[in-house]
Design a protein around this ligand. Structure first.
Ligand code: NG1
Ligand code: ZN
Length: 548
């Protein structure tokens, strides 16, 4: 009927590039931008079907994050603002790789049947589209629109250039029936930041904080931070690499800074010692650093693990104020569970530190979909990848209880410590992006907590000392030949490799090492940690040879 012929017709205009096999991976589809037209068109179809199925607003983001400017990619935001449900990933793979339009129509037909998607009845589907600053983004966005409009009743709304977390945020709040424009986003961030600053105990903050210098990776994050700055009070920010001159992710950005542990381009010798932050290409990752004077561009890196530690410390402090019921027997405490979620890439010293604080630390495989899912099991779940992607999730139950605590009349009159702690946690819940890791909101939370503690970046960095670590990539013919278990810490195939890794690792004090296939690049990654730089390098190199 009509739907079939529209789909047949439009998909024949987007033939897939021959001989390319794509997989949805840890962050959607990614490849050289020139081969992505058909993929993005097809993901447009998927987004429309997803919207029909869930009867909710869906997001489609065109970005390749920290990858080079000539790459691009596409990923879906589900109704909650989170990643596409894993249950649909096999369909995404099948759809992206189907050879021609006849097969495509058949595949869609079968899937619609299987999932019971209401195509016949006239339904409406809404898909919000966003893209980062990559030059290929515009024409790929057009392909996505074509894909969406080949499903009857589906409407694409172009939100323009956005950070990935902005799009996820908009999807989430649109589905809660709220206004969710870009300005709403900026206002919510700046208001909740202000709230946290106003709640700083008198005397405990450094009144004048030095300015923060931010590396915008020559991408969308720097651009958006310029806008946010205008509605923000109480923070002095200077933005570098805002995209006007340099190339996206070219020796700039959070991925480069975290992996290479050097100063990004665009910084001057005079910046040494200053508090600096770096965003990635779509602003969902954040790391801090400070350049070491006369050191060949070396830095003190304050990575995602340390951001996680700072957040955990602050939240734990607020919870213990709330649960301190001395002289206040009337009020019930809330048995809030607090959990932190890391991956095998977390520095061993961070895990030791968090456990030492008495926190529950759990591990998942790489990929925020896994971390996010785990964190959602707690009243407060904090997750971070070492590379700076992470956020904080607070349960509805806890938020309601906090709401009650913060407005109890008996407490209000006293302006008690408990009331303030409740208000702080509520402000955190409004500042932090509940959908995905968000460099802009994460940055504001870091800044608010540093002011609250009265800490410099150096004091923060002293929470613990990172173990020296090294990451390598090994190009292999078939990365899927490497199969891992136990949150990617053990290789189960090819047989024998794990024994060899164990034997190497045993040679080094505090040695730890693992390998895993990347979900976003055609490589196998090697991570090694040991008590000295040299040992970490040697361990990584010798294990890389085992995989090669
Ligand atoms: P892969 O390529 O699967 O290692 C990388 C990051 C992930 C995650 C995704 C999505 C490392 C070692 N890996 O995944 O943590 O952020 O990209 O962007 O940083
Ligand atoms: Zn990113």
């Amino acid at each position: 009927e009509k739907q079939r012929s529209i789909l047949l017709d439009s998909s024949s205009r987007f033939p897939p590039p021959p001989g390319v096999k794509l997989s949805y991976g840890t962050a959607g589809f990614r490849a050289d931008a020139t081969i992505l037209q058909s993929t993005v068109f097809r993901v447009g179809i998927l987004a429309a079907l997803r919207s029909l199925k869930t009867q909710s607003v869906i997001g489609l983001m065109i970005t390749a994050s920290h990858n080079k400017v000539s790459d691009n990619g596409v990923k879906i935001a589900d109704p909650s603002g989170g990643m596409l449900t894993q249950a649909w990933e096999p369909f995404a793979d099948a759809l992206a790789n189907v050879p021609d339009s006849l097969h495509l129509v058949q595949l869609v037909d079968d899937f619609v049947m299987k999932e019971n998607i209401p195509l016949e009845v006239v339904q409406s589907a809404v898909i919000l589209l966003g893209r980062d600053t990559r030059p290929s983004g515009e024409s790929l966005l057009e392909a996505a629109k074509q894909g969406i409009s080949s499903i009857v009743g589906a409407v694409a709304v172009d939100m323009g250039v956005l950070t990935t977390p902005q799009l996820h945020w908009m999807v989430r709040f649109r589905n809660k029936g709220m206004k969710a424009t870009e300005m709403d986003y900026f206002n919510q961030l700046s208001n909740s930041f202000r709230c946290l600053i106003d709640l700083i105990p008198p005397g405990s903050s450094v009144n004048v904080m030095d300015k923060l210098i931010v590396d915008g990776a020559n991408g969308v994050g720097g651009e958006k931070l310029q806008v946010l700055k205008k509605v923000l009070h109480g923070l002095d920010i200077q933005i570098r690499n805002s995209g006007k001159e340099g190339v996206l992710n070219d020796e700039v950005g959070a991925d480069y800074v975290q992996k290479e542990k050097v100063v990004p381009r665009g910084f001057a010798p005079a910046d040494a010692g200053m508090r600096c932050a770096s965003l990635d290409g779509d602003a969902d990752r954040l790391v801090y650093f400070s350049a070491i004077q006369n050191s060949n561009n070396r830095i003190r890196l304050v990575d995602g693990d340390k951001i996680l530690s700072l957040f955990a410390l602050f939240i734990k402090e607020q919870l213990s104020i709330l649960n301190d019921n001395e002289g206040d027997r009337e009020t019930n405490s809330y048995p809030a569970t607090l959990g932190v979620v890391q991956t095998a890439y977390a520095n061993g010293a961070s895990t030791d530190y968090l456990k030492h604080l008495g926190l529950e630390v759990v591990f998942t495989p790489t990929g925020v979909k896994y971390l996010h899912e785990k964190a959602a099991e707690y009243d407060i779940g904090i997750y971070f990848e070492a590379n700076g992607h992470g956020t904080i999730l607070l349960s509805e139950g806890l938020l309601q209880w906090l709401d009650g605590r913060s407005s109890e009349p008996s407490l209000t009159s006293k302006g008690s410590e408990q009331q303030k702690a409740a208000l702080r946690l509520l402000a955190v819940s409004k500042l932090i992006n509940p959908a995905v890791g968000d460099a802009l909101s994460g940055l504001l939370l870091v800044e608010a907590i540093l002011q609250h503690m009265g800490w410099s970046i150096h004091r923060w960095n002293e929470l613990y000392h990172d173990l020296p670590s090294r990451q390598l990539k090994v190009k292999v013919v078939e990365r899927s030949a490497v199969v891992t278990a136990n949150a990617e810490t053990v290789v189960v195939r090819p047989l024998g490799i794990q024994e060899a890794i164990n034997a190497e690792t045993a040679k080094y004090p505090r040695g730890r090492c693992f390998v895993r296939p990347s979900g976003t690049e055609d490589v196998v990654r090697v991570y090694a940690e040991a008590s000295t730089e040299e040992a970490a390098d040697n361990l990584a190199n010798s294990v890389a040879q085992l995989v090669d």
